[in-house]
Design a protein around this ligand. Structure first.
Ligand SMILES: Cc1cc2nc3c(=O)[nH]c(=O)nc-3n(C[C@H](O)[C@H](O)[C@H](O)COP(=O)(O)OP(=O)(O)OC[C@H]3O[C@@H](n4cnc5c(N)ncnc54)[C@H](O)[C@@H]3O)c2cc1C
Length: 435
């Protein structure tokens, strides 16, 4: 308890789950601390638009401190949770300068999400960035635009071709969005800007192990998405595993056996899988709870950890009822746990979490998106409008919403991308990107 006898709620992670939980506890008779290793909430569904130069990182993120400033009982702290002492009810966190501090809690909400998984081939990450953070988006933006710039300076031949070949691994919504956007960049934005190369000739290869793209969508919708991508010039390679990623290419092996194929490329993007972040694995280990192969934690029906009613897990990390790794599940989980904390204060019984599936959407290309919500299945322009409406509705911050709509309208009218600036090193890692 804090000195004035109020319960201390520690929420770790300021993504969709953690932010919705902390906001919903605003004004409650508890002291809330929101701890995140980044200082801002990131709207991950639009990361690919930052990566491809449509939106700026400022338009899809918002300072957590600013977002929560009006909730006087909520404090935000910058730090990465690294240790959990469940007996002492204390979490140790690392500051950006690698020094440590600790935060005590009465109620703990673990909302740290997932990270990209390379299925045990961590060495791929050096050549194939994933797409989970603002750093990733900026790294991809640099690689994409730089590849065209480098190609412009090379004589015609295999090396130049490899800079104009882009491999996207993973045919879920993020892979589809990225592949479509790279072709749109090449054919709409960059088409008339170069003298030596023809950006329209850029090859975009999309690899997936399944027999179709977008498995979370109805087969007919996914089929339509595949046709649109192919019309745009994306080369689909289904039923294959990417078995090697190197500085200058990828190896792809058919799932059904047969000869592996090599593709020369200098840009590989990885969206193929996710796994729990390291702190989530620490939580499961310390509490002795089971987790699935990706590290999702098994929780009780009210989202608390079995044997630890004071610890909740929400969002992508929940390993129960095959809940989907989508923003809506995290937001609903955050609201549910906040309601449970308020019920505990009033001495009322907790309720079980019930996820309400409100549907999903995926962007394919200019004028084409999929929107699936119960019996409603929209594609083409209608899907595109619905997709835009949903994304604006959930973007954090009024200013971000207005500026994003403005940027989209300008991009539609003039086929321009206004955020093409990239740096030639990673400020965060203090190392240059590797090529
Ligand atoms: C590229 C992309 C596109 C997507 N598109 C869609 C979409 O169109 N529709 C949809 O519904 N969903 C989409 N999703 C999924 C959706 O973004 C996630 O389901 C959602 O973000 C999960 O919320 P969360 O709160 O569980 O985790 P996250 O939103 O991932 O938040 C986790 C937070 O925890 C922080 N954190 C991690 N480790 C620590 C630590 N040790 N200490 C402190 N802080 C930590 C992170 O900084 C982050 O802020 C997309 C995801 C990605 C990556």
């Amino acid at each position: 308890m804090s000195s004035d006898g109020r319960k201390r709620v520690l929420v770790i992670g300021g993504g969709f789950g953690g932010l919705f939980c902390a906001r919903a506890l605003g004004g409650a008779n508890v002291d809330v601390t929101l701890l995140d290793r980044a200082a801002g909430h990131v709207f991950q569904p639009l990361l690919y638009q930052c990566a491809t130069g449509i939106l700026s990182i400022g338009q899809i993120s918002r300072s957590l401190r600013e977002e929560l400033v009006h909730h006087r009982n909520v404090t935000t702290l910058l730090g990465e949770a690294v240790e959990l002492d469940a007996e002492a009810r204390r979490v140790t966190a690392m500051r950006p300068d690698n020094t440590q501090f600790s935060v005590d809690y009465d109620v703990l909400v673990v909302a740290v999400g997932m990270q990209q998984s390379y299925f045990g081939r961590e060495e791929f990450a050096q050549w194939a960035p994933g797409m989970k953070t603002l750093d990733d988006a900026l790294s991809i933006r640099q690689r994409l635009f730089c590849a065209f710039e480098i190609a412009e300076t090379l004589p015609p031949g295999p090396e130049r071709d490899s800079f104009l070949t882009f491999a996207v691994c993973g045919g879920g919504p993020t892979g589809v969005e990225l592949a479509g956007q790279i072709r749109e960049m090449a054919t709409r934005t960059l088409a008339n800007e170069f003298h030596s190369i023809e950006p329209e000739d850029a090859r975009v290869l999309l690899f997936d192990g399944g027999d179709r793209l977008l498995k979370s969508f109805a087969p007919a919708m996914a089929g339509k998405a595949a046709r649109i991508l192919q019309e745009l010039g994306v080369e689909l390679h289904l039923g294959v595993h990417v078995t090697d990623v190197r500085r200058d290419g990828v190896t792809v092996t058919p799932k059904s056996g047969g000869a592996a194929e090599e593709y020369a490329t200098r840009t590989v993007l990885w969206t193929a899988g996710v796994e729990a972040v390291p702190f989530a694995r620490t939580v499961a280990e310390v509490l002795g709870v089971s987790a699935d192969h990706a590290g999702r934690i098994a929780v009780a029906p009210d989202l608390s950890v079995p044997g630890h009613p004071e610890i909740f897990v929400i969002g992508d990390l929940v390993g129960r009822d095959n809940l989907p790794g989508v923003a809506e599940n995290a937001m609903q989980g955050g609201l549910h746990v906040a309601a449970s904390v308020r019920r505990d204060l009033k001495g009322e019984a907790r309720r079980n979490f019930r996820y309400r599936d409100l549907g999903s959407a995926a962007y394919i290309s200019h004028g084409h998106a999929l929107l699936q919500a119960g019996p409603i299945k929209l594609t083409g322009y209608l899907g595109w409008l619905g997709w835009g409406f949903i994304h604006i509705a959930f973007l954090t911050g009024l200013q971000n919403r207005f500026s994003t709509v403005g940027t989209w309208l300008s991009a539609i009218a003039r086929a321009r991308r206004t955020d093409r600036t990239f740096i030639l090193g990673s400020a965060a890692s203090k190392e240059p990107y590797t090529w």
